[in-house]
Design a protein around this ligand. Structure first.
Ligand code: C2E
Ligand code: MG
Ligand code: MG
Ligand code: MG
Length: 292
């Protein structure tokens, strides 16, 4: 009897697996169509400098406008895009679109773009980046490429060579989600990043947890000794902000200041920022970036 139940159980499990596989297969078909039909869009989240008290740039975050499922988050489709190689045409679109938009912004506002480790397997990556800059007429130092520590797992020499080739194009390189990988300090030694993005997980309990505070203090000290900028991601409340300030972190990104927004709000945000700079007494309007 137990055996029979066991079999039923595994049968149910297999059916569930089958369903999962079919869903995945359908998503893959849909994704090919999405690339052909241009179903992707970018949201932009401001990167805010506490020292300069202004927006320094925006991070481009991709979304998939699925005809049936609505907005699909990158956490859901990027892994599959990486497995199937679809990440290459998607990233090409993201890079071009982001650079094109940033080309319309004031000179002192940067655009940050996330790069999947999969792209680093292709020797043509620097050319792809240069072409995107060229087409948009964007100065290389206004583009910041965000990479994660997982990039280094494969081959540290090849990775650093590629990062150097990218840096030679004049773009900036940021280390994203810092602190969540395996031996972060080693990566800092192998490549001189322009910026370290402190992972949200350290920010979450910052207001109450002394060890998170100590870790952030140490990261900012380390970064400044290495000549790297720091930015904390996922900043949601004032207590976190004050703790970050106290630990010497000079840039923040998070819902406290603004959620990622559509391109139509970016121009307003940039204009609004100019306005509040000229008139420091004025509060930002609703639906726009909050003043911190
Ligand atoms: P990421 O690069 O670490 O981006 C930050 C993520 O944190 C974004 O999620 C953003 O919406 C979210 N976030 C920002 N502030 C807050 C906050 O205060 N609270 C909370 N709870 N979340 C916050 P999103 O847009 O869903 O992107 C998730 C990840 O998907 C990104 O993490 C990045 O790894 C990847 N991704 C996004 N766009 C692209 C892309 O164009 N190419 C590649 N390869 N990956 C991308
Ligand atoms: Mg990022
Ligand atoms: Mg991040
Ligand atoms: Mg993150």
């Amino acid at each position: 009897r137990a055996k029979k139940e066991g079999r039923n159980c595994s049968c149910f499990f297999e059916q569930a697996m089958d369903l999962e596989a079919r869903k995945r297969h359908q998503m893959e078909i849909d994704m090919r169509e999405a690339v052909r039909e241009g179903q992707f869009l970018l949201n932009y989240q401001p990167l805010f400098s506490l020292e300069k008290n202004r927006v320094m740039g925006f991070e481009a975050l991709v979304r998939w406008q699925h005809p049936l499922r609505g907005l699909v988050s990158p956490a859901e489709f990027i892994p599959l895009a990486e497995d199937t190689g679809m990440i290459v045409p998607i990233s090409e679109w993201v890079l071009n679109e982001a650079c094109q938009r940033a080309g319309q912004w004031p000179d002192d506002i940067r655009i940050a773009v996330n790069l999947s480790p999969v792209l680093f397997k292709n020797a043509g990556l620097p050319l792809l980046v240069m072409q995107a800059l060229d087409k948009a007429g964007l100065k290389p130092n206004r583009l910041e490429l965000e990479v994660t520590e997982s990039l280094f797992i494969d081959n540290i020499e090849r990775t650093t060579a590629m990062l150097n080739a990218l840096r030679d194009c004049g773009v900036r390189i940021a280390l994203d989600d810092f602190g969540t990988g395996y031996s972060s300090l080693n990566y800092l030694r192998s490549f001189p990043f322009d910026k370290i993005k402190i992972d949200k997980s350290f920010v979450d309990d910052l207001a109450t947890d002394i060890s998170s505070q100590a870790i952030i203090g140490a990261i900012t000290a380390l970064a400044s000794a290495l000549g790297m900028e720091t930015i904390a991601e996922g900043v949601e409340d004032k207590d976190q902000l004050e703790a970050l300030r106290a630990q010497g972190c000079s840039n923040i990104q998070g819902y406290l200041f603004s959620r990622p927004v559509g391109i139509e709000l970016v121009d307003a945000m940039i204009a609004d920022m100019r306005y509040t700079q000229a008139e420091p007494g004025e509060a930002a309007e609703h639906g726009r970036a909050r003043r911190v």
